[in-house]
Design a protein around this ligand. Structure first.
Ligand SMILES: [Mn+2]
Length: 372
C-alpha cells in the first residue's frame, strides 16, 4: 500500500501557487520541470534524473522518478505524488498525462534539450508542447528569510574554514594542497559540500579569474587569490580574498586598494530600485578612473541561492530595465588582473533589504589584514 501523503508545507504550497498562476496567465495546462534545483525548490526532493509535472491548477504536482529515489522521496518530500518509472521518461510522462486533460504543456525552454523535446513530441501525440519561460529563475531570485539564513550559515562555515586555512598555509605548499584543506574544513564544519571547485591561485596564476589549483608552490612573498564557497542545505555562499605571505609588492598594493574601494563603493550603492547596470558601473567607473579599466573584464556580481550563479546579474549586460529588489542576494566582486603579474578580486555576499542592504559576509579585507 502506498504511504499516506502528508499535507504540503505552506512554503512549498505558496511557491507552487506563484508558478501555477503564471502557467494560467500563459494559457498552459501544465509544466514539466526538469532542473534538479527547481524540483528541490518546489518539492524538497534533492535527487536528480527526475522530472516534476506541475498542473496549472490544484495540488497535483507529480514527481517522475525511478526506484533509486523511492525511499529518498518519501523522506524528503512525503507530501508529493510520485510515479516510479520503469521505462523511458517520455513514456512515463505520456502515461501520467494520458489520464489528465492537458492540451498545452509548457517546457522550460532554457532546460529541455532538443533530444528530450523530440522524444516527448513522439510520446505525447495530441498535446501541444510550448517552449516557455517558467519564471522560476526570477521567482528564486527573491529569497525568503529561511533561505537567507541558510546562505548566512553557509557563509559562516566558509569563513571559519578560511581562517583555519590562514593558520595552516605555509611557504612550500601547493595551491592544490591549500584548496584540499579548505574544502575538507568546510565539510567538517557542516557544509553539504562546496558551492563550486575552490580557486587557490598563486602569483601569476591569480591573473586568471578562474584558475584551477595545481602544483604551483606558494612562496614567501607570494600573492594568493582564494575564491571559495560552502553549501548549507543546498544554499551557496561565495567569497574571494587575496592574501600575501609576508609582504605585497607596491604595484599589487595599489591594485588592492583600487579594487577594495571599488567594491566598497558598489556595496554602498545597493538598495531596492537601483538598476543592476548602475551598481556594476559604480565599481567600473572607480577602476577606470585609476587606469585599470581594461583589466576588469567580467561583471561585478551575480545572484546566488540554490545555484551558485543565479539572477540577478550585476553586469553591463544585465537587462536595461532590471533593478534590485528586496530579497535579492548578490555577490559584489570587482577584480583587476595583470597578466604575468597577479590579480586581485574581493568578493562578499549582500542581501537587498526593504530599505538598503545587509552584507552577509564579514571577513576582514583591509590591506593590512591581507598580509599574513
Ligand atoms: Mn562569485
Amino acid at each position: 500500500m502506498p504511504p499516506r501523503r502528508r499535507p504540503v508545507p505552506p512554503l512549498l504550497k505558496s511557491r507552487a501557487a506563484a508558478l501555477q498562476k503564471r502557467l494560467r496567465v500563459a494559457d498552459l495546462d501544465g509544466l514539466l520541470v526538469v532542473e534538479p534545483v527547481d524540483i528541490r525548490y518546489l518539492t524538497g526532493f534533492v535527487g536528480d534524473d527526475s522530472w516534476l509535472f506541475v498542473p496549472a491548477r490544484g495540488t497535483g504536482l507529480v514527481i517522475l522518478s525511478d526506484s533509486r529515489f523511492t525511499t529518498q522521496i518519501e523522506r524528503e518530500s512525503p507530501h508529493s505524488r510520485v510515479v516510479i518509472r520503469t521505462g523511458a521518461m517520455a513514456d512515463a510522462v505520456a502515461g501520467l498525462l494520458g489520464r489528465k486533460n492537458i492540451a498545452r504543456l509548457g517546457l522550460p525552454r532554457d532546460h529541455v534539450t532538443l533530444g528530450q523535446r523530440k522524444k516527448l513530441g513522439k510520446a505525447l501525440r495530441g498535446i501541444k508542447l510550448v517552449p516557455c519561460d517558467d519564471g522560476l529563475i526570477a521567482q528564486r531570485a527573491v529569497k525568503t528569510d529561511d533561505e537567507v539564513k541558510h546562505i548566512v550559515r553557509a557563509g559562516k562555515i566558509q569563513q571559519q574554514a578560511f581562517e583555519e586555512t590562514l593558520a595552516f598555509i605555509e611557504p612550500g605548499m601547493t595551491e592544490a594542497a591549500v584548496a584540499a584543506f579548505l574544502e575538507y574544513r568546510m565539510r567538517a564544519l557542516g557544509a553539504d559540500g562546496v558551492s563550486f571547485p575552490s580557486i587557490v591561485a598563486a602569483d601569476a596564476n591569480a591573473a586568471l579569474p578562474h584558475a584551477i589549483p595545481g602544483n604551483t608552490k606558494i612562496k614567501k612573498g607570494s600573492l594568493v587569490l582564494i575564491d571559495w564557497g560552502a553549501k548549507f542545505r543546498g544554499y551557496c555562499s561565495d567569497m574571494t580574498r587575496v592574501i600575501a605571505l609576508g609582504k605585497m609588492k607596491p604595484k599589487l598594493r595599489e591594485v588592492y586598494r583600487v579594487v577594495l574601494d571599488a567594491q566598497l563603493a558598489a556595496i554602498d550603492a545597493i538598495k531596492p530600485g537601483v538598476p543592476l547596470r548602475a551598481v556594476d558601473q559604480v565599481a567600473r567607473d572607480h577602476i577606470d578612473k585609476h587606469g585599470y579599466g581594461e583589466f576588469f573584464g567580467h561583471g561585478l556580481g551575480h545572484g546566488l541561492g540554490l545555484d551558485i550563479h543565479e539572477e540577478p546579474r550585476l553586469s553591463p549586460l544585465a537587462p536595461k530595465d532590471g533593478v534590485l529588489k528586496p530579497g535579492h542576494v548578490v555577490t559584489v566582486e570587482p577584480g583587476v588582473y595583470l597578466p604575468g603579474v597577479g590579480g586581485v578580486r574581493i568578493e562578499d555576499d549582500v542581501l537587498v533589504t526593504p530599505r538598503g542592504k545587509r552584507v552577509l559576509t564579514d571577513l576582514p579585507k583591509d590591506l593590512d589584514s591581507a598580509i599574513i
